[in-house]
Design a protein around this ligand. Structure first.
Ligand code: ADP
Length: 217
C-alpha cells in the first residue's frame, strides 16, 4: 500500500509542487494521476521512487518511510519497482534485447535465466519479433513498449509510468494503455500519470486529480 500523509514539496527556490497531499493507493490498484502540465504529477511519482523527498509529511510504501531512506538503501528499495521514465532513457547504441537485459545484468542475474526473462518481457509488450532492432529503428509507440519491457523485466509488484502516452497518437496511446491494463489484471499495482483526462479513465480503480499541487475536489 502507498500512503501519502499530508505531503508537501517545495523545490529549492521554487514554488510548492505539492501542497498538503493525503492519498492512499491499495495493492493491485490501477491508479491514474491526472492534471495539467506543472500540476505536480511527476513530483508525486518521484516521491514514490525516492527520486525526490517530501519537504513536509511522509510517504509510506508498504510501511516503509521512503523519504527517510538512505542513499545506500535505494538500489534495494527500487528493486521492487518498475519505473518508466518520462524521457524513457533508452540506450540507443544497444539492441532492444540488450536494453531490457540491462537491469538484470546490473542485479547480477544468471545469464540463461536472464535471457528467458528478457524474451518474456518483450513478448508481454508485443516486441519479441523486434528483439534485435536498435531503438532508433522503432516507432514512438514501440520505444514506449521497450521502456515498459525494461521496467517489468525484474517482475516488480509496483509499476510506475510518468506520462507514457505523451507524444503518441490516439491509436498508439490505446495500445499502450492496454499493456498497463494487462499488468493490472495479473495483480501488479500500476500508477500512471497523464495530462489526457481520457487515458485509462474507464479502467482506473483509483483516481488522483491534481491542480497546482492540490487534489481537485
Ligand atoms: P507535472 O508532472 O504535472 O507536469 P511537475 O511535478 O513536473 O508537474 O512540476 C510541478 C511544479 O514543480 C512545476 O511548477 C515545476 O516547474 C516545478 N518543478 C518540478 N521539478 C522541479 C525542480 N527540479 N526544481 C524546481 N522546480 C521544479
Amino acid at each position: 500500500m502507498i500512503k501519502f500523509d499530508r505531503v508537501s514539496k517545495r523545490y529549492p527556490h521554487g514554488i510548492d509542487a505539492l501542497s498538503d497531499l493525503s492519498i492512499e493507493i491499495a495493492d493491485g490498484d490501477l491508479a491514474i494521476v491526472s492534471g495539467h502540465s506543472g500540476a505536480g504529477k511527476s513530483t508525486l511519482l518521484k516521491m514514490i521512487t525516492a527520486m525526490e523527498k517530501p519537504t513536509v509529511g511522509t510517504v509510506l510504501v508498504n510501511g516503509q518511510n521512503v523519504g527517510a531512506l538512505k542513499d545506500a538503501g535505494l538500489p534495494y528499495y527500487r528493486r521492487n519497482l518498475g519505473i518508466v521514465f518520462q524521457d524513457q532513457r533508452l540506450l540507443f547504441d544497444r539492441s532492444a534485447f540488450d536494453n531490457v537485459m540491462l537491469p538484470l545484468t546490473i542485479s547480477g542475474f544468471p545469464s540463461t535465466e536472464a535471457a528467458k526473462r528478457v524474451n518474456a518481457a518483450l513478448d508481454k509488450v508485443g516486441l519479441l519479433a523486434r528483439a534485435k532492432a536498435m531503438p532508433i529503428a522503432l516507432s514512438g509507440g514501440e520505444q514506449q513498449r521497450l521502456a515498459i519491457a525494461r521496467a517489468v523485466v525484474n517482475r516488480p509488484k509496483l509499476l510506475i509510468a510518468d506520462e507514457p502516452s505523451a507524444h503518441l497518437d490516439a491509436r498508439t496511446a490505446l495500445d499502450i494503455a492496454q499493456i498497463f491494463i494487462d499488468f493490472h489484471r495479473v495483480g501488479v499495482t500500476v500508477m500512471v500519470s497523464t495530462c489526457d483526462p481520457t487515458f485509462l479513465a474507464a479502467e482506473a480503480s483509483c483516481r488522483i486529480a491534481l491542480d497546482h499541487g492540490r487534489l481537485t475536489r
